[in-house]
Design a protein around this ligand. Structure first.
Ligand SMILES: [Zn+2]
Length: 65
C-alpha cells in the first residue's frame, strides 16, 4: 500500500492489512506515524512531545474551590 510520510514525503510501504490505530515509523525522518484511516490510508504524526506537555501543566490551575 503506497503512502507518503506527511512529514517528509518519503514513500512508505505499508502492509495491505494495516489497520487504524497502528503506528509505523518513517525510516527517513524517524517520525512515528499513526494510521488514522485506511480507505484512503491516512497517517498522522505522533507527537511524542505532546504527551510531555501534559505533564508540564502547572499545578494549582484546577478550578477547585
Ligand atoms: Zn518521514
Amino acid at each position: 500500500m503506497a503512502v507518503v510520510c506527511p512529514e517528509c514525503d518519503n514513500p512508505l510501504d505499508l502492509n495491505d492489512d494495516v489497520d487504524t490505530g497502528e503506528t509505523v515509523q518513517c525510516e527517513e525522518c524517524g517520525t512515528e506515524l499513526e494510521v488514522v484511516a485506511v480507505d484512503p490510508i491516512e497517517l498522522s504524526a505522533v507527537d511524542e512531545a505532546g504527551y510531555d506537555d501534559e505533564d508540564l501543566t502547572p499545578l494549582g490551575t484546577d478550578e477547585e474551590d
